[in-house]
Design a protein around this ligand. Structure first.
Ligand code: 13P
Length: 251
C-alpha cells in the first residue's frame, strides 16, 4: 500500500522572507499536531537553502520544482540534481505541465531528468496529465500511457520504488475546475494498472499516485476517500498557511 504524500508546489511565488515565515508556522503546527502524511514543500530555487535550515530536524521535506539532467557544465541558468540534493532537497518535481507547455519539455527530456534525479538520490514527483481537448476527444488514457511509458523509459524496478506519480489534468490546474473524485480514481487506477504491467505488481502497489489541479481544503476530503488517490500536489491553495494546513489535516 502506497504512503500518503501532500506536496505544495509554490511555483513562482514567495520571497525568501515569506517562505521562512510560512515554514516556521508549518513546522510549529506539525510539531503540535503531527500528521501521518509525508509533507513536502517545493519553493522556488531561491528559497531552498533557507528552508533547508528551517526544516532541519523536522519531518517536512523539500522538493525542487525543476532540474537539468546534465551533471554540470555550460548550461546558463540551470541547476543540476547534485546541486538540488546539496541544497537540501529530497524530491524534485519533473514534467509539470507548465514546463511542458511554456518551456517545450517533451517526454524524452523529462525521461532524462527522471533518470538524472534518481542517479543523485532525488525522488522524482513525475507529473502527467491530459489537456481538455485530449479528454474531450477520448484520448486521456492514450496520453497518460504515452507520458508514463516514455517518461519512465529504462527506469529500473529498483528506482520506480522511489518515484511519486502526480496526475495533473491540465484543464484542472489553476482553473478552479477540479476533476471529480471519480474521474481521478479512474485515471489513477489506469496508471496503477499500467505500472503493474511495466513493473511488478508489488512495486506498482507501493508507488504513491497523487492528484493535482485546484485542490482545496473543501475538496481534499472527498478526493482522499478514493482508494487510488494517495495524496495531492497543491498549487494556489498551498500559498497560505491556514489553507495548506487544512489540506494536510484532511481527515
Ligand atoms: P493549482 O492547485 O493552483 O490548480 O495548481 C496545481 C498544480 O499545478 C500543482 O503542481
Amino acid at each position: 500500500m502506497a504512503g500518503t504524500v501532500i506536496a505544495a508546489n509554490w511555483k513562482m511565488n514567495k520571497t525568501t522572507g515569506q517562505a521562512i515565515e510560512f515554514a516556521r508556522g508549518l513546522k510549529d503546527a506539525l510539531l503540535k499536531n503531527p500528521v501521518a502524511a509525508t509533507v513536502v514543500i517545493a519553493p522556488p530555487f531561491t528559497g531552498i537553502g533557507a528552508l533547508a535550515t528551517e526544516f532541519k530536524d523536522s519531518n517536512i521535506f523539500l522538493a525542487a520544482q525543476n532540474m537539468y539532467p546534465a551533471s554540470q557544465g555550460a548550461f546558463t541558468g540551470e541547476i543540476s540534481g547534485e546541486m538540488i540534493v546539496d541544497a537540501g532537497c529530497r524530491y524534485c518535481i519533473v514534467g509539470h505541465s507548465e514546463r511542458r507547455r511554456l518551456f517545450g519539455e517533451d517526454n524524452a527530456f523529462i525521461n532524462a531528468k527522471i533518470t538524472a534525479a534518481l542517479h543523485y538520490g532525488l525522488m522524482p514527483i513525475f507529473c502527467i496529465g491530459e489537456t481538455l481537448a485530449e479528454r474531450n476527444s477520448g484520448a486521456t488514457f492514450m496520453v497518460l500511457a504515452e507520458q508514463l511509458k516514455e517518461g519512465l523509459n529504462k527506469i529500473p524496478t529498483n528506482d520506480i520504488k522511489k518515484t511519486v506519480i502526480a496526475y495533473e489534468p491540465v484543464w484542472a490546474i489553476g482553473t478552479g475546475l477540479t476533476a471529480t473524485p471519480g474521474q481521478v480514481q479512474e485515471a489513477h487506477l489506469f496508471i496503477r494498472n499500467l505500472l503493474s504491467e511495466m513493473y511488478r505488481e508489488k512495486e506498482a502497489a507501493g508507488i504513491p499516485i497523487i492528484y493535482g489541479g485546484s485542490v482545496t481544503a473543501a475538496n481534499i476530503g472527498s478526493l482522499m476517500a478514493e482508494q487510488e488517490i494517495n495524496g495531492a500536489l497543491v498549487g494556489s491553495a498551498s500559498l497560505e498557511l491556514a489553507s495548506f494546513l487544512a489540506i494536510v489535516n484532511f481527515h
